[in-house]
Design a protein around this ligand. Structure first.
Ligand SMILES: [Zn+2]
Length: 264
């Protein structure tokens, strides 16, 4: 196949996997999972890394400090006041490098931000990285509180998106609203990624639901028991993450937010 034909094929399938996606998500997991993110110093280093990644994409990174920690976020302005939040927790339990839980989710959120760079946005998107999920949703609750009274129309949180031992490409949608479920089903159908809805709470999307917002959690096969056996251990390292599945997660969320960006 000639190079010209390859280029033509690439141009004629704008909906394909973007060339930057694999490098972005695998590098983010490798970088974040170099260390646990439990101690104040460890979490500060993770914040600095995430802020650097947002800045590299051209977004202004900010911190929301609350009494015991701080979230990292960036606002991607749109044409109107409606806001959509895409977030993942960056902290870990003590001693775990947290590659799957939850460097993988952070990587997917960074990918979503990158997808949104290339599209004209109706709603405003808020890219967020939550502190202290493992301590009891402290960061996401502080963030939801900050957004109270604003026009948040959807919240996506991603927690563990790097394990697919049975190779079924399946993701779980935790407590989606009908509209959010439909958005993921459309994107999943295009990618050959089946979806199961579950009633799993106990992670960041819960904080936003408590605040009255439409929210959904995205995760690997947690209820179907296709989930990392290394969760919350020192063995939750980058080399255990399924890169193809992680890329698929990035593509799934990327498609969903790209569709949301077209909302009037
Ligand atoms: Zn987690």
């Amino acid at each position: 196949v000639s190079r010209a034909l390859v280029l033509l094929a690439a141009c004629s399938s704008p909906a394909g996997t973007p060339p930057w996606l694999r490098g972005l998500v695998t590098d983010a997991v490798a970088q974040l999972a170099q260390s646990p993110r439990y101690l104040d110093t460890e979490r500060a280093a993770a914040r600095a890394y995430l802020e650097g990644q947002l800045a590299q994409q051209g977004w202004q990174a900010m911190e929301q400090a609350y009494p015991t920690g701080a979230n990292v976020y960036a606002v991607l302005p749109g044409a109107h006041a409606q806001q959509i939040v895409i977030g993942a927790h960056f902290d870990t339990v003590s001693g775990s490098p947290g590659a799957d839980d939850n460097a993988s989710g952070c990587a997917v959120v960074l990918a979503a931000a990158r997808y949104l760079a290339g599209v004209k946005r109706g709603p405003t998107f808020v890219i967020a990285f939550f502190d202290q999920e493992e301590e009891g949703l402290f960061g996401s609750r502080a963030f939801a509180q900050m957004l109270a009274g604003t026009d948040v129309v959807a919240v996506h949180t991603i927690d563990q998106a790097g394990w697919d031992a049975d190779g079924d490409r399946r993701f779980e949608l935790e407590l989606p609203t009908p509209g959010l479920e439909q958005a993921y089903r459309s994107a999943g159908a295009a990618l050959g990624a089946p979806l199961t809805t579950t009633t799993t709470a106990g992670t960041d999307h819960q904080a936003f639901r408590e605040a009255g917002f439409a929210a959904v959690g995205l995760t690997e096969g947690y209820v179907e028991s296709d989930t990392t056996p290394y969760r919350h251990t020192a063995q939750d390292t980058a080399d255990t993450v399924d890169d193809d599945y992680l890329v698929l997660a990035g593509e799934l969320v990327g498609r969903v937010v790209t569709a949301e960006a077209q909302m009037q």
